[in-house]
Design a protein around this ligand. Structure first.
Ligand SMILES: Nc1ncnc2c1ncn2[C@@H]1O[C@H](COP(=O)(O)OP(=O)(O)OP(=O)(O)O)[C@@H](O)[C@H]1O
Length: 247
């Protein structure tokens, strides 16, 4: 991608859980930018702060108050913004693909895909919706409930739901964690295509070096800090970086 616009920018991001002797530093002053259209994998040992970083950048959790902390998405400063404003912003700019899919079991695939826009009181772009459904191979499955879909199909419904609103950035937490290899590969290729063809920005937490090799870059966290950055990762370079970080 030649587009170098910054989609997400984090500056001096700290997160401490608990207080006093029980305090745990989950993020120890993170500085990182994510360019528009870039696919980044976030890796590191258990407890290194991956989920915390995702949640804080996605505005699902708040960073510690620190005079210089800044978290921006599409240039909008989100750190310190009131909850209601953050919720509104998130609805328009941020999409999620979580491992547990977060699909509503009583709704059909189509209703699940359309739900977030419906809640926001917005109409889906009909052509874009049809495009997504076709591209994701869901056309024959739209009237099925999640329990009538395979894991890969459920994850594709979650991807369609995330992409429909054309969010500036999508946060994916172990999106292939529950899938068999074939479905996992399919999901990773779709995420890759969304970045290459639609300019979608994606941040993905994963433990899988093969999944990480689909990304443009890998960030390795350790003790709440970024200790390694790999551009154009391969399974081998990722494994070496993880070994170095003690994962
Ligand atoms: N709600 C919480 N209360 C207290 N400590 C927490 C909380 N959430 C996370 N932590 C601590 O913060 C640190 C970072 O946790 P985090 O879940 O971000 O790590 P992770 O890299 O995502 O781990 P994993 O790979 O095991 O999911 C850990 O030491 C964890 O125990």
């Amino acid at each position: 991608m030649t587009n170098t616009k910054t989609a997400v920018s984090a500056h001096k991001v700290y997160k401490t859980y608990g207080a006093g002797d029980a305090a745990v530093t989950a993020l120890a002053g993170i500085n990182v930018d994510f360019s528009a259209g870039e696919f980044t994998a976030i890796m590191g040992p258990s407890g290194s702060g991956k989920s915390t970083l995702m949640h804080v950048l996605a505005t699902l959790d708040t960073a510690d108050d620190h005079p210089e902390t800044s978290i921006r998405i599409d240039g909008v400063e989100l750190h310190g913004l009131a909850d209601a404003e953050v919720t509104d912003f998130r609805r328009d700019h941020v999409g999620f693909i979580f491992q547990a899919f977060n699909l509503i079991p009583t709704l059909t695939a189509e209703q699940n895909i359309l739900l977030p826009l419906g809640i926001a009181g917005k109409q889906a772009d009909e052509r874009w919706y049809q495009d997504l459904v076709r591209k994701l191979g869901l056309a024959e499955r739209l009237n099925h409930k999640p329990s009538e879909l395979s894991g890969g199909q459920q994850q594709r419904v979650a991807i369609a739901r995330a992409l429909l609103a054309r969010p500036s950035v999508i946060f994916a937490d172990e999106p292939t964690g529950n899938l068999d290899t074939a479905s996992g590969t399919e999901v990773l290729k779709l995420i890759r295509e969304a970045c290459d063809q639609l300019g979608q920005t994606v941040l993905m937490v994963t433990h899988d070096p093969v999944a990480a090799a689909y990304a443009d870059r890998v960030l390795v966290l350790k003790d709440g800090q970024i200790v390694e950055e790999i551009r154009r990762p391969s399974r081998e370079t990722v494994l070496a970086a993880l070994a170095k970080a003690g994962a």
